[in-house]
Design a protein around this ligand. Structure first.
Ligand code: ATP
Ligand code: MG
Length: 757
């Protein structure tokens, strides 16, 4: 088969070609990072189209992110000579299901213009339901219910499908009822949440065999990338669709399964051969992405996991540089250091597009944003709703949502008094009463209130004006572009004026963001299209041409590659995350390790790992311990360095010279210039950053950085801890002390936080 491959596939290796050319029947491509799985899948798609085995509209292709879908679309267009007129069914599970659901919305009691609500709306809705049902919100917070409902939806469970254990997990048996109420409420709002997109479609397929049949017929070929991260509902949905023709090709890597917290089940990949007997299994072993050094470091790390299939990877690329591990003082220095390195790369002629900073948690990005803005380095943030999360953006979107879908009460509630129209709590209560009493959306209720006598004239007027404006804009929406509509809305609603009246720098930034939003909307013909894009797309970088450094989470980086990767914050509690450590299970730690594997294997040429000695967590400065993953990297493939010119040894020397190795938890920033010892003096003399702005309040040594256990505290010693007070040492393990505090009870603390009392 492979031998007779056409010319345009010649650059693929034999197993890749096999995966491309075996178009009939089930195929499982199981292989490590950078082995060309996605490349093979893309060629397979192009091959099917080129050979006219199916029209583009007869192929279902699932990618993990919208960005990946975009890239695949572009590549396929190239490979097929651009003849391809769109690929309507190429996208993420969510975007594909959203499109399907709009066609069949009435089956599940929605209209085709339903709104897709986000987490924020979801939480507000659940909060209302919780209080309406006299549930103690403190004990059973909305966030918890949201998490449960999401997990049920991820498993394909409707309220009626919950078992006793599921049901018991919220307010002793109220889970099912609340879930059902939530679904009903969504329906009355003509809305659904993210999880519903899949669940509704699964329900439709299960209950309406004619609909299922039509899709089974339509899709001659099904392709799925990143299969290891599908959850149950996605798996069930796919299995139904593929059952008829069985021309399904899935690709994945068990070592890159990093979404189990969102219900992904790596078992799906292992089950494939059972579900589709006779499936062809293709393994790829040659890595085309990373240098041997990077590959060996990543492979060495992932070898520490017990739960894996195990596989061989090799590469023909030149040796390359070792993975660098750099220790810095704190997060600002980390950002400064990365900024300097990137500026240097830029001077050497490297495109910023080839540089990415991958963080474990969203909050880590801010430090880099601040720094990069300061030095004028272009960057973009991908992988979160960051841009769309900003208050002014959400306000603008809420206006647009009400215009597009007048029954969108959640959106209406957000803007009814934004900017201020003198509508207070009383007006809102009346609005609720009217809407519930009359079984009508808020917008209509506002109209009735404007013409009734329940409210004072001022409030009546305000509601009347708002209603009329929204009605006008809705008419306008039919004739003007979405971007022009937004500009009109911002002006006529008084939103622009509100920002202008506010002279703070922040307000100016907000106005800029709104301008940016209008710019983003230019690309869309209809308001509906744009709103759909917003609810589905997570990256805010479309359509700009400047070269930029990418900042994103490790999770969002899956499937991508860059020449240079920076991995900051490799410290215990940051990465692996505190949560994974608290849960303590092997499974959660192994998932963190897979995440580390994903992160390192994004790098083509160079990978730099960083860890800071001090970090501010929840407003308090704490010393950090380097991540265990650093320790686990094979020595021969890494080189360590600290910003203290003398390298690691200097830190260690400093440890022994520092006669006073303790520190306090402090809300002011640790000041390295107050640290003692010749090591520090030397470091200071060699250009260590001693910004004047630092507050000299707390003493801090490098002790905790080296993570050496203290030898001066014995069992039974009386100690003092700034936060927990006095206590007695009852246990010691490494640099952690178990202390029985007089007031705070027994706690485990890092030894550098206590003083002998
Ligand atoms: P991941 O597991 O990270 O998703 P992957 O297995 O999907 O990785 P790809 O992204 O498809 O790997 O490929 C990695 C890199 O190798 C890409 O730059 C791709 O263009 C290149 N590549 C893939 N196959 C070949 C090949 N046969 N010859 C040369 N380069 C290749
Ligand atoms: Mg891939």
């Amino acid at each position: 088969l492979a031998a007779s491959a056409p010319e345009w596939l010649a650059h693929l290796n034999p197993p890749q070609r096999e995966a491309v050319l075996t178009t009939e029947g089930p195929v499982l491509m199981l292989a490590g990072a950078g082995t060309g799985k996605t490349a093979a899948l893309t060629h397979r798609l192009a091959h099917i189209v080129r050979e006219r085995m199916a029209w583009p509209s007869e192929i279902l292709c699932v990618t993990f992110t919208n960005k990946a879908a975009r890239e695949m679309r572009e590549r396929v267009a190239k490979l097929t000579g651009g003849a391809l007129e769109g690929m309507p069914w190429l996208g993420t599970f969510h975007s594909i299901c959203a499109k399907m659901l709009r066609r069949h919305a009435e089956i599940v009691g929605l209209q085709s213009n339903f709104t897709i609500i986000d987490t924020d709306d979801q939480l507000r809705l659940l909060k209302t339901l919780i209080s309406e049902n006299d549930i103690d919100e403190k004990r059973w917070p909305p966030r918890m219910l949201a998490g449960l409902i999401d997990s049920w939806k991820n498993r394909g469970l409707n309220p009626a499908d919950l078992d006793v254990v599921d049901n018991e997990s919220f307010d002793n048996g109220k889970g099912q009822q609340m879930y059902a109420l939530y679904q009903e409420r969504l329906k009355s709002l003509n809305a659904c949440d993210f999880g519903d997109l899949l669940l509704h479609m699964l329900n439709i397929f299960r209950q309406h065999s004619d609909v299922l049949k039509s899709y089974q017929q339509r899709y001659k070929y099904i392709l799925v990338d990143e299969y290891q991260d599908t959850n149950a509902v996605q798996y069930l949905w796919l299995r139904l669709l593929a059952q008829e023709r069985k021309n399904i090709c899935v690709v994945g890597d068990d070592d890159q399964s990093i979404y189990s917290w969102r219900g992904a089940e790596v078992a799906n990949i292992l089950r494939f051969e059972k579900d589709f007997p006779g499936a062809k299994v293709v393994k790829l072993e040659q890595n085309y992405r990373s240098t041997p050094q990077i590959l060996a470091a990543a492979s060495g790390l992932i070898a520490g996991n017990s739960q894996r299939l195990g596989k061989t990877l090799w590469t023909q690329l030149p040796e390359g540089q070792k993975v660098r591990v750099i220790g810095v003082w704190d997060a600002p220095e980390e950002a400064r250091r990365v900024g300097e390195e990137i500026e240097r790369l830029e001077r050497e002629g490297l495109s910023l597009e080839q540089v990415a900073i991958l963080v474990r948690a969203q909050y880590q990005t801010r430090e880099f944003e601040d720094r990069f803005i300061q030095i004028g380095l272009n960057y973009r943030i991908i992988g979160g709703f960051r841009f769309y999360e900003r208050a002014e953006i959400r306000d603008a979107l809420a206006y647009l949502r009400v215009i597009a879908q007048p029954a969108d009460d959640l959106a209406f509630e957000r803007i009814y008094n934004q900017p201020k129209r003198g509508l207070g709590q009383k007006a809102l209560q009346e609005l609720h009463r009217k809407a519930v009493g009359g079984g009508m959306p808020f917008l209509r209720a506002a109209y009735h209130l404007a013409h009734g006598d329940e409210l004072a004239p001022r409030a009546r007027n305000a509601f009347g004006n708002l209603h009329d404006m929204l009605q006008n804009w809705s008419l306008m929406a039919e004739t003007v572009t979405p971007a022009d509509l937004l500009r009109t809305v911002l002006e006529e609603s008084g939103y622009d004026a509100m920002l202008k009246a506010d002279r703070s720098a922040e307000a100016a930034g907000r106005a800029d963001n709104l301008v940016e939003l209008a710019r983003a909307m230019e690309e869309y013909e209809t308001l509906g299209d744009f709103l759909e894009h917003v609810s589905l797309v997570m990256d805010s970088d479309r359509g700009d041409t400047d070269e930029k450094v990418t900042i994103m989470t490790m999770h969002a980086a899956k499937g991508l590659e860059f020449d240079h990767i920076f991995l900051p914050g490799w410290e215990e509690g940051v990465f692996p995350s505190q949560r994974s450590l608290d849960e303590g299970g092997l499974a959660s730690l192994e998932e963190e390790r897979r995440l580390a594997y994903v992160a390192i294997t994004r790098a083509r040429r160079k990978c730099t790992i960083m860890h800071a000695a001090n970090r501010r967590i929840y407003g308090q400065w704490t010393s950090s311990i380097p991540s265990r993953f650093i320790e686990e990297l094979p020595d021969e493939h890494i080189e360590t360095e600290t910003t203290m010119t003398g390298g690691k040894s200097l830190w260690q020397a400093n440890w022994s010279e520092s006669e006073d190795p303790f520190a306090h938890v402090s809300t002011s920033r640790p000041d390295r210039s107050s640290a003692r010892g010749p090591g520090w003096q030397r470091a200071l003399a060699t250009g260590y950053d001693t910004k004047q702005t630092r507050v000299k309040e707390s003493t801090r040594s490098a002790a905790s950085f080296a993570a050496k256990p203290r030898t001066d505290v014995e069992m039974g010693a009386r100690v003092f801890h700034e936060k927990f007070g006095y206590g007695e040492v009852i246990g010691q393990e490494g640099n952690k002390l178990e202390i029985d505090f007089e007031k705070a009870g027994t706690k485990r603390v890092i030894d550098s936080f206590v003083t002998l009392a």
